[in-house]
Design a protein around this ligand. Structure first.
Ligand SMILES: [Fe+2]
Length: 400
């Protein structure tokens, strides 16, 4: 039976042209903002200058912090928090993709965090000490992917001797406002548009396939968003200037991971945990790693839950069920999912990720690394089914 509490206080200002409302949206939170960006694409596109002048017109002075890397490093985040503190910033605005928004959330919490900021993160065998205060956070996404703009999660890589890509979820990390303007995504190149779609699909499909039984409303919500992405995603990849397609994909990214679809499902994201290992070690775009790992994990997991995967095949791809055994129907659905990822230009094999020669030792090492963030009492990665080290190696082998 489902039992849950739901909370999401983020004000969402959504739609083409909504960047113009950033000043009004931010003004209630103070007069000085740390504006966090990545490695400069928002400067090339002119979005940065527009954001600064919109903020200044509203009476907000801007302190810039640039250089958040993809798969953001905790050392960079800690440096940015010092800048925010010294600059007496009243708020943190993240203008960029998932990495920039996640970094901004952690910066806002690190400003007040007493002790070692590593302690706020999820690490197997340690109870996280969650942040209880943060500067007001405002997110302005320039890529449709992580859904970070309207949730309380943030991923970062602890980049000292620990070398661990992990996450923090805490109530103070909910942005006060998300200003989501799909026009800002028009310049995203085809490959990163496709990786974003792969990430969104993974949030939906992982929730759908790892959650508890008996969640009919959540199932239909997830199916609806997945089907919408299958329809509109290719249009956004095909023609980056298709504002309608960009808008639908952007909205999908928010709905996929703002908590609505996961409410009451008690879901886990084992494929994300394995992917984080790859992107931490090899700096692979998150959505590209997921496109490789999802079909392999699905083929592994379908054996344990054929009914669920058969439902996925039937409802999402309209595959006929009559006279079919559940597992073969399930596998056909997974084939379709993989075909879709390929059709939009995602890699679906480890050999396509530029890692070079992959040895058995590497597979075992990756499996061990994937168990460092979360483990159940039997040492397995939580999910359906829970994954032992050997299971993770088998999944990785299936993705070779
Ligand atoms: Fe993700």
């Amino acid at each position: 039976m489902m039992a849950f509490e739901f909370y999401n206080p983020t004000r969402l200002i959504f739609g083409a042209g909504s960047l113009a409302q950033l000043g009004k949206a931010a003004r209630p939170y103070g007069e000085r903002a740390l504006l966090v960006i990545g490695r400069g694409s928002v400067k090339k596109s002119g979005t940065f200058d527009r954001a600064v002048s919109i903020l200044e017109e509203a009476g907000i002075s801007v302190l810039e912090f640039s250089g958040i890397e993809p798969n953001p490093r905790l050392s960079t985040i800690t440096r940015a928090a010092e800048v925010a503190k010294k600059g007496k910033c009243d708020m943190v605005i993240g203008l960029g993709g998932g990495s920039v928004m996640d970094a901004s959330k952690i910066i806002a919490a690190t400003v007040f965090y007493e002790g070692d900021p590593r302690d706020m993160f999820t690490r197997a065998g340690k109870v996280p000490r969650l942040p209880e205060r943060a500067l007001p956070i405002i997110t302005v996404p320039t890529l449709a992917a992580t859904g970070s703009e309207m949730n309380n999660g943030a991923v970062a890589t602890i980049d000292d001797e620990e070398k661990l890509k992990t996450y923090v979820r805490a109530e103070v990390l909910y942005p006060r406002v998300a200003v989501v303007d799909p026009e800002l995504t028009l310049t995203v190149p085809k490959d990163h548009t496709a990786y974003g779609i792969s990430d969104i699909l993974s949030h939906l499909a992982e929730s759908y396939l790892n959650g508890i039984d008996g969640t009919p409303i959540q199932d239909r919500l997830a199916e609806g968003v997945i089907m919408t992405l299958l329809e509109w995603g290719p249009k956004a990849v095909e023609n980056g200037n298709d504002l309608e397609a960009r808008t639908q994909v952007q909205w999908a990214s928010i709905v996929a991971w703002n908590g609505w679809i996961q409410a009451g499902t008690d879901t886990t994201l084992p494929v994300h945990m394995i992917e984080h290992t790859l992107s931490a070690l090899y700096d692979i775009p998150h959505g590209a790693g997921l496109a490789v790992l999802m079909p392999a994990w699905m083929r592994f997991a379908a054996r344990f839950r054929p009914d669920r995967f058969a439902q996925f095949a039937r409802r999402i791809f309209g595959l006929p069920a009559t006279g079919r055994d559940k597992l073969s129907l399930a596998i056909e659905g997974i084939d379709k999912y993989e075909e879709f990822l390929r059709s939009i230009g995602c890699p679906t094999r480890l050999s396509e990720l530029g890692i070079g020669k992959i040895t058995d030792e590497m597979l075992f090492h990756w499996a061990e690394e994937s168990l460092r963030v979360r483990r159940d009492e039997e040492g397995r990665l939580p999910g359906r089914p829970p994954l032992r080290k050997e299971d993770i190696v088998e999944i990785l082998r299936m993705a070779l």
